[in-house]
Write a protein that binds this ligand. Structure first.
Ligand code: PMP
Length: 388
């Protein structure tokens, strides 16, 4: 048998441009994180690898503000957190209530249906968070076993308040699942105090690690629900008991579940170390300050935030109305071509309507805010001459 020829493209040098990532994510990885990625690959059960997993566990317990032993990572991007929490907590016919504040609620509803749930929806006015009154009404009407909500919806730039929501859900015997992919580290999260039952985040946003590994945590209430299922968790890869045994969460011997990327563990460990060194309250304040500065600058340019009520605005992903007569795509392309700066357009319900500017991780600084304001202004003026 003759082999076909190897592809010519792979004979060329790999060249990766250095861009400033100020869209909704990923954000830039700090140098220290990139350096960590160069370490040699380890076996997934080598003691040094297990020690790094333990370091990540305590780091995430701190950042989620939880004592849950079932705090670990799934080996895939942020979507995996959504898949894993829903897949473990839902059985055929269970009622899943989804609070929709943008694209990510719709995505969770889609996943819930795939796992056999009877999905109901309570939808916020576009650009606003959901009031607890509306959520409570929906809990009474639909009697769900799980309520899903996104703390920071990166499509609309909406920040959903959570304090007291777990208690409200528990009053109706419902578990609370929260997506913090685009919010953790940029706004407060208190998993235990707020009685959140399952939570996950993205490695590649505020934390500044590469994508592909997703921290999450399950409360005892959530684990009890899983352990009282009538049917097996439908996806082996997401099964919290199997994952938890690999991550050493339940005091049982570690068992191989999958080959974790030790490389991604190094990156995440260093990213978490940086947040721990800064201290989570300082990290959050830095993100808040950066967003206020951005909002002030945008106002001076005559631009309007998409989330009208200031308390609804997520500091990590800022959504801005595209002004009349401005072509958002031309602006984004200009910013990338001339400044190597990523400014993004909308997604889902905001497609074509907004710019999205991410201020996450090492990009949440005064210097980066001033730079992105300049780039946005110059890019709008260059591509839309009528804009003054
Ligand atoms: N949830 C939210 C709020 C997000 O912003 C994103 C990513 N933009 C995701 C989930 C999905 O994450 P990933 O793209 O890493 O799978």
């Amino acid at each position: 048998m003759e082999y076909s020829a190897p592809p010519n493209v792979l004979m060329e040098l790999l060249i990766v441009p250095d861009k400033i990532l100020m869209g909704p994510g990923p954000s830039n990885c700090p140098k220290r994180v990139l350096e960590a990625l160069k370490n040699p690959v380890l076996g997934h059960l080598h003691p040094e690898c297990l020690k790094i997993m333990d370091d990540i566990k305590v780091g995430m317990q701190y950042i989620f503000q939880t004592k849950n032993p079932a705090t670990l990572c799934v080996s895939a991007s942020g979507h995996a957190g959504m898949e894993a929490t829903l897949c473990n907590l839902l059985e055929d016919g269970d009622i899943l209530l989804v609070g929709v504040t943008g694209h990510w609620g719709n995505r969770a509803a889609d996943m819930g249906r795939r796992y056999g749930a009877d999905v109901r929806v309570v939808e916020a006015k576009l650009g606003e968070s959901l009031s607890f009154e509306r959520i409570e009404e929906a809990l009474v009407v639909h009697k769900p076993s799980v309520f899903f909500i996104t703390q920071g919806d990166s499509s609309t730039g909406v920040w959903q308040p959570l304090e007291g929501l777990g208690q409200l859900c528990h009053k109706y015997n419902c578990l609370l699942v929260v997506d913090t992919v685009a919010s953790l580290g940029g706004v407060p999260v208190f998993m235990d105090k707020w009685e959140i039952d399952a939570i996950y985040t993205g490695s590649q946003k505020v934390l500044g690690a590469p994508p592909g590994i997703t921290p999450m945590s399950f409360s005892q209430r959530a684990l009890d629900r899983v352990n009282n299922r009538n049917s097996k968790v439908k996806v082996y890869y997401w099964d919290i008991n199997l994952l938890g045994d690999y991550w050493g969460c339940f005091g049982r011997p570690r068992i191989y579940h999958h080959t974790i990327s030790s490389t991604l563990l190094y990156g995440l460990r260093e990213a978490l170390a940086m947040v721990c060194e800064e201290g989570i309250p300082v990290t959050i304040q830095r993100h808040m300050d950066a967003s206020y500065r951005l909002q002030e600058g945008l106002k001076k340019m005559g631009l309007k935030m998409f989330a009208e009520r200031p308390q609804d605005r997520l500091p990590c992903v800022n959504t801005i109305h595209v002004p009349e007569g401005v072509d958002w795509l031309k602006v984004a392309q200009h910013a990338m071509k001339h400044f190597k700066v990523e400014i993004s357009g909308g997604l889902g319900p905001t497609a074509g309507k907004v710019f999205r500017i991410g201020l996450m991780g090492e990009n949440a600084t005064t210097e980066r805010v001033d730079m992105v304001l300049y780039v946005l202004k110059e890019s709008i003026q260059s591509t839309s001459p009528n804009f003054s």
